[in-house]
Design a protein around this ligand. Structure first.
Ligand SMILES: Nc1ncnc2c1ncn2[C@@H]1O[C@H](COP(=O)(O)OP(=O)(O)OP(=O)(O)O)[C@@H](O)[C@H]1O
Length: 332
């Protein structure tokens, strides 16, 4: 278990993290998420030992680590800044830490081969220089180099951000599989909300140095606790004033609804749950499997996702009825 107890982290006068209270459980895939500059890297760096908190305590398995050097924390690190050695071959990169520990040659070979197989690096790739590998393969090497040391914790800072979308999707599933197989507590930093939602057991959303919400991906998405989280995760409609009046929502409050909670046909036969609204379709964006429709309602715009099938195929300018799931409205 990792505990941040009332942690503050400063760069000179600037407090990059304030008042952080957070518990990460054994074996969890835990993601630190938030926009650029919110303090997620700072939090991870303090756990790893690159920066010391100016206040508060960081505990790993109940032991205070504020003053413990990086190499004694038993954390596997996969950071952009923690680069591989480009001119060394892949085997030597993965073996580097084991060689420092003066393990025997036979044991090192056995451990490197074992981990290489787990991250899908073959013998031929083990003999190549790192600079001869693709971006995705290099990330596999970085992950293998961390895991081979059998760390208690794996810390990853945007490890997939330089890769193209397809490879990123594939590698994050591999990473999740590895994490499950090893059962290793993993702390993962990303600004990509889709990545966070697909890969994590739990997510901590940060904003301007403060923790906004901690929860499972479903809790973060469907039960956002703050207006910031609501807007940061996924695409969302802000309900226009006239609609708030129709729905008897306090006009002074902000009310939101997710795009997939507005339907062209009510999905359940329970009419009282859905608010029917006459609108005009003004824009369609085609995404293949679905489209994003924009409707005009008394001068305001609202958007929804529409599954692409013949029944839903409306034309721009059509007057249609949409159905708003009243249970899914979030108010602040
Ligand atoms: N070495 C430093 N000296 C001074 N300020 C810093 C330093 N490193 C980070 N900061 C500041 O601390 C804040 C948090 O930075 P941090 O790198 O933790 O953000 P982040 O959420 O990881 O953002 P990004 O996704 O852009 O990396 C930012 O305002 C940043 O400018």
């Amino acid at each position: 278990m990792i505990t941040f107890d009332n942690v503050e982290i400063r760069y000179g006068d600037f407090a990059a993290i304030q008042n952080l209270n957070l518990i990460i459980n054994e074996g969890e895939f835990f993601t630190l998420l938030g926009p650029s500059g919110c303090g997620k890297t700072t939090t991870l760096r303090s756990l790893v030992g690159f920066i010391k908190p100016s206040q508060g305590t960081i505990l790993i398995e109940g032991v205070r680590v504020n003053d413990k050097p990086v190499e004694e924390r038993e954390i596997g690190i996969v950071f952009q800044s923690y680069a591989l050695f480009p001119t060394m071959n892949v085997f030597d990169n993965i073996a580097f830490g084991l060689q420092l520990q003066k393990k025997s040659k036979t044991l090192i070979e056995q451990m490197v081969w074992e981990i290489a197989e787990k991250v899908d690096l073959n013998n031929e790739q083990l003999n190549k220089r790192v600079s001869e590998l693709s971006g995705g393969q290099q990330q596999r090497v970085a992950i293998a180099r961390a895991l081979v040391m059998k760390p208690k914790i794996l810390a990853l800072d945007e490890p997939l951000s330089n890769l193209d979308a397809n490879l990123r999707g594939q590698l994050r599933m591999e990473l999740k599989r590895l994490q499950r197989e090893f059962g290793i507590t993993t702390i993962y930093v990303t600004h990509d909300q889709e990545e966070a939602l697909t890969i994590s057991d739990r997510i901590a959303v940060f904003n301007k140095g403060y923790l906004e919400q901690v929860g499972t991906p479903k809790e973060i998405y469907n039960e956002s606790k703050t207006e910031f989280v609501t807007n940061f995760i996924g695409d969302i409609n802000l309900l226009p004033g006239n609609l708030k009046k129709e729905l008897e929502i306090d006009i002074k409050r902000q009310a939101y609804i997710r795009l997939e909670k507005i339907y062209l046909e009510p999905p359940h036969p329970s009419p009282e749950r859905y608010h029917q609204l006459g609108v005009v379709l003004v824009e369609k964006e085609y995404y293949g499997n679905l489209s994003k429709y924009t409707y005009q309602y008394q001068g305001d715009l609202m958007r929804s996702y529409v599954i692409d099938n013949e029944r839903n195929d409306c034309a721009i300018g059509d007057h249609v009825d949409i159905y708003i799931d009243k249970n899914a409205i979030l108010t602040f």
